[in-house]
Design a protein around this ligand. Structure first.
Ligand code: D2G
Length: 494
């Protein structure tokens, strides 16, 4: 009796110690997270955050807690990194630890961890490798794609000439042109500018991308588990994403019917061939779902990012006619009027190069970055982030870091020029992010930005509907992405 009583006491004591130890361990771990406002259960820091201005809300928390802090977006615990130091220390100096992907609730609704952009682990690794190699096979980084971009620029010039100097919204002019470059790679062909289906795809991309910047889009980042079942603008975004997926599925089926395994015509063919090669491999990532969703990633990212940047760019050039005049001068002097711009010209055009960098810096396309996630328990500075913790690398705070840019709020190409007018690199220029998950479309994007901007400006000057001083260049909305104001512009032949 006494013995069994003793045993019970000992067992209970052991249990108590185990429970205490586990609580203590968790507290110790949580205790080492960066500081931040106290969260409520499920709501997290909802009450402290303005969903219309998530970025600004996080900036207020930075003022209170410092450049590295913890915030709870509803039930999501996120460590926020601000400024060049913190972002680089994490994404570059601890590249492996910070190489996981966090959530983007809207796009995750469709992608569910598949594809290349919103995936993790082996899937992300395999899709990224394959995408980079295959883009290169189809000419990215080489003369092949340069010629395709030059040809497409020619079609845009024609389309703009046809507007005869009337005021137009440039959105779909730019997106059709930009999208045709990536379309040539993933689908093997460009779309006709009059193609109705093409225009509807471009509308679906624009609209779902813009949704991520809205109040509802930002609220959805916190409460997607509930909101995905409720009516609201999110349902329209889902419909658009589904429409895009359906189109890609249709294209894949067309390719399958006509596939020649010995001569891939496009990205889809190359993926299909890889699927055939890996059929016997039991835990392989090359399956239909990854084919469709990786293709959609390339199509979407290759369209919306560059075209939004160009759209913001022309607005900035109308706001700053002196800057536009200097670009015109440099184009006339270095390229002249009688031949098409080529990518090599960039080396002799530091002013234009600085302007493009300043446009990207100012446009701040993805201000909070694509969310990352630590792949293991990670010591960062004096903190400890448990495996799986989400991380926001606040790219906007790097692009506007006052330690690196004299007047970060101003649009000024001299942020990228030295006293002798030579192009000056800047370590805080990170629109493509950093580390293991940086944008692998960077090279293609840079080539497109340079060739499209210079070809348009070689052929046109432009006129705003308003006086320069009356143009408002502050974004229409900022959320996951930054949306430039809607405007009209008149392209006049020079
Ligand atoms: C994106 C959106 C939907 C499907 N695939 C990609 C997306 C948004 C922003 C970027 O990609 C930037 N490049 C990673």
């Amino acid at each position: 009796m006494l013995a069994s009583g003793m045993l019970l006491v000992v067992v209970l004591a052991c249990l108590a110690v185990l429970v205490l130890m586990s609580v203590w361990r968790q507290r110790k771990l949580l205790g080492k997270l960066p500081p931040g406002p106290t969260p409520l259960p499920f709501l997290g820091n909802y009450l402290q955050l303005n969903k219309e201005q998530m970025y600004n809300s996080l900036m207020k928390l930075r003022d209170r807690f410092g450049p590295v802090f913890t915030v709870h977006l509803g039930p999501r615990r996120v460590v926020v990194l601000c400024g060049q130091d913190a972002v680089k220390e994490a994404l570059v100096d601890q590249a492996e630890e910070f190489s996981g992907r966090g959530e983007q609730a809207t796009f995750d609704w469709l992608f569910q961890g598949y594809g290349v952009v919103f995936s993790n682990g082996e899937c992300a690794k395999q899709m990224r490798r394959f995408s980079i190699t295959t883009l290169r096979d189809f000419g990215v980084g080489k003369r092949g794609i340069e010629e395709r971009i030059q040809e497409e620029a020619g079609f845009l010039i024609q389309a703009l000439q046809d507007t005869r100097g009337t005021f137009i919204d440039p959105t779909f002019y730019l997106s059709r042109t930009v999208s045709n470059v990536i379309s040539s790679i993933v689908f093997g062909d460009r779309f006709d500018y009059e193609d109705k289906e093409f225009l509807s795809l471009l509308r679906m991309m624009l609209s779902s991308f813009q949704f991520t910047a809205t109040f509802t889009g930002q609220l959805f980042e916190m409460f997607h588990s509930i909101m995905k079942h409720l009516p609201g603008p999110q349902q329209q975004a889902f419909k658009e994403l589904k429409g895009l997926e359906d189109f890609i599925t249709k294209k894949v089926e067309q390719n399958q019917r006509t596939l020649d395994p010995n001569s891939p015509r496009d990205f889809i063919d190359s993926f299909l061939i890889r699927m055939l090669e890996e059929k016997e491999n039991p835990n392989m990532e090359f399956h239909m779902k990854n084919l469709v969703l990786t293709t959609l990633n390339l199509f979407f990212a290759g369209t919306e990012t560059v075209s939004t940047t160009l759209r913001y760019g022309f607005l900035m050039l109308m706001k700053h006619p002196d800057v536009g005049a200097k670009v015109h001068e440099e184009i006339d002097r270095v390229i002249g009027k009688n031949r098409q711009p080529k990518f090599e010209d960039r080396a002799n055009m530091p002013y234009t190069e600085a302007v493009i960098h300043e446009i990207q810096r100012f446009a701040d396309l993805i201000p909070m970055g694509l969310a990352r996630r630590v792949t293991k328990d990670t010591k960062f500075r004096e903190f400890l982030l448990p495996k799986g913790t989400e991380v926001f690398p606040m790219l906007g705070t790097v692009l506007k870091d006052p330690k690196f840019f004299s007047n970060p709020r101003d649009f000024n190409p001299h942020h990228f020029l030295d006293d002798n007018g030579r192009f000056k690199k800047n370590d805080a220029f990170v629109p493509f992010s950093l580390g293991k998950r940086y944008c692998f479309g960077e090279g293609l994007a840079k080539m497109e930005l340079f060739l499209f901007l210079t070809t348009i400006m070689q052929n046109f000057r432009f006129k705003s509907a308003q006086a320069a001083q009356d143009i408002d260049v502050s974004p229409k909305i900022v959320g996951f992405t930054t949306i430039p104001p809607t405007y009209t512009i008149s392209f006049l032949p020079r």
